[in-house]
Design a binder for this molecule. Structure first.
Ligand SMILES: [Zn+2]
Ligand SMILES: [Zn+2]
Length: 311
């Protein structure tokens, strides 16, 4: 858990709140944020500008780590000096990422306080699983793996067009860390009952319909054409600015994910994925990719990057 002791989506939602009321939770967020900034003698905007510096440094650290990794992969071994340097860099990366996670939490808390008036409580059932998927598009903060303390991620079977509530699970992000023995951590766990309660801004038009109805919309050719064009525009714009996706970061490298397009997609829901900037085809780089196989993820992506979802 982070400093607020709550589970957040970077979208600006609170997860795992089934028994509480919106006003109790919003007050707890306000108090938590106030006490965080006053104990540290900082302000949310200072936290944000420090995060900017950390992100720059993180890029340098990751590049150096990848360089050492390439040396090891090329020659089969590295010198003692390089090995030491590698471990110093890893420690620095852990510290930078911890700081960045705090900044994300501050930002999510601010978003919650700003949208206080439109936040509602949803208990995710068969008809509202798209709300959970929408929120899982962004980094989920505050859920740590009990085995290895890495962040956990809300996952579901990506091939289903409409996901049932029981098909979600928490997966440790250590799964994406490759070691000579395989995945660094395989831990996964089912959602608790409380995980199905979330507080979120329900004013998005996507939430005025059920998960099934929302899935239907994406089978309409003229709608999918419009969405495809918008995604292509967004992709070229991000590429031109050399920018990543603001709300989604690689759990291993901490850098913002890059929107990528598949070469021979079978349709809109097969065409795009987010990849770590250190991802390379054929398992050459970071293994972290996020397939964008649902309308909810595309809506969350377009909404957070352009201000407008898909409806
Ligand atoms: Zn783990
Ligand atoms: Zn990565």
């Amino acid at each position: 858990m982070g400093f607020l002791n709550m589970l957040f989506s970077g979208i600006g939602s609170i997860l795992g709140v089934i028994a509480e009321t919106v006003s109790t939770v919003v007050s707890a967020v306000r108090e938590g944020l106030e006490s965080f900034v006053s104990t540290r003698g900082t302000t949310p905007s200072r936290v944000a500008s420090e995060a900017e510096r950390r992100r720059d440094r993180l890029r340098e650290v990751n590049d150096e780590i990848m360089h050492l990794r390439n040396i090891r992969m090329g020659s089969g071994s590295i010198s003692d000096q390089d090995r030491k340097r590698w471990s110093v860099l890893r420690e620095e990366r852990d510290e930078l990422m911890a700081g960045l996670n705090q900044a994300k939490e501050v930002k999510a808390a601010e978003k919650i306080l700003q949208s206080e008036g439109v936040i509602e409580k949803v208990e995710v059932d068969l008809h509202t699983t798209h709300v959970l998927q929408y929120n899982a598009f962004a980094d989920i903060l505050g859920k740590k793996c009990p085995k290895c303390a890495r962040q956990m991620k809300l996952q579901w079977q990506r091939d289903l067009s409409v996901v049932g509530p029981k098909e979600f699970f928490w997966g440790c992000t250590g799964w994406y860390v490759q070691t000579p023995k395989g995945h660094a951590c395989n831990h996964r766990e089912p959602l608790q009952r409380s995980d199905y309660g979330l507080m979120t801004d329900l004013s998005a038009p996507e939430f005025s319909m059920t998960a099934d109805e929302f899935g239907e919309i994406l089978t309409n050719p003229s709608t999918t054409n419009i969405i495809s064009t918008r995604l292509q525009d967004l992709r070229s714009d991000l590429q031109a600015r050399k920018a990543g996706i603001e709300l989604a970061t690689c759990p291993v490298h901490g850098e913002n994910m890059v929107l990528r397009q598949k070469s021979n997609p079978s349709g809109l829901l097969d065409a795009y994925f987010l990849a770590c900037p250190h991802w390379l085809p054929n398992n050459q780089g970071c293994a972290f990719i996020e397939k964008l196989k649902s309308g909810s993820q595309l809506a969350a992506l377009l909404k957070s990057e352009t201000g407008q979802g898909i409806l």
